[in-house]
Design a protein around this ligand. Structure first.
Ligand code: FES
Ligand code: FES
Length: 154
């Protein structure tokens, strides 16, 4: 069953026969493999992409229902360059499996802006990223990285 997605600014024809998830279509048909499928049931955030600018778990989103533009970690590479550099500098990833989802979600947060008060900013990021599970880092470096980039961009 043909369907058109707009992915990272480009219209692409995909096959949604069998109602595959958006994650499956991105990975298996479009070879965009940054979004990871870990739990596969909407619990970990590893598969996060932006749909219409909103962080969305692509593993539980049927591709056939997606009508708004999709942004992937690959498409956000330039926008997230400073954030990814900060992650690397601060040890905000270890195995890296959660990292594309964390970075994509953080891109949306940074577009919206953080509270200017430092502690309120940290709380905002902690709460917003609470659905992006990381088994390695303890989260502190992730939160500090996002807050530091927000300060640098302001
Ligand atoms: S793989 Fe999608 S939420 Fe875990
Ligand atoms: S860096 Fe390993 S799960 Fe987050």
């Amino acid at each position: 069953m043909p369907h058109v997605l707009v992915v990272d600014g480009h219209p692409v024809d995909v096959d949604v026969a069998g109602l595959p998830s958006l994650a499956t279509v991105l990975r298996d048909q479009l070879h965009l493999t940054a979004a990871k499928v870990a739990c596969g049931r909407g619990e970990c955030g590893a598969c996060t992409v932006l749909i219409g600018g909103r962080p969305t778990m692509s593993c539980i989103t049927p591709a056939a229902l997606v009508r708004e533009p999709v942004e992937t970690s690959e498409g956000l590479a330039e926008e997230s360059r400073d954030l990814r550099a900060r992650f690397a500098d601060t040890g905000a990833f270890q195995c890296g499996f959660c990292t594309p989802g964390q970075v994509v979600h953080a891109c949306a947060l940074l577009r919206a802006g953080l509270p200017t008060d430092d502690e309120a900013g940290r709380d905002h990021v902690r709460q917003a990223l609470s659905g992006n599970i990381c088994r390695c880092t303890g989260y502190q470096a992730i939160v500090e990285s996002v807050c530091a980039v927000a300060r640098e961009r302001s």
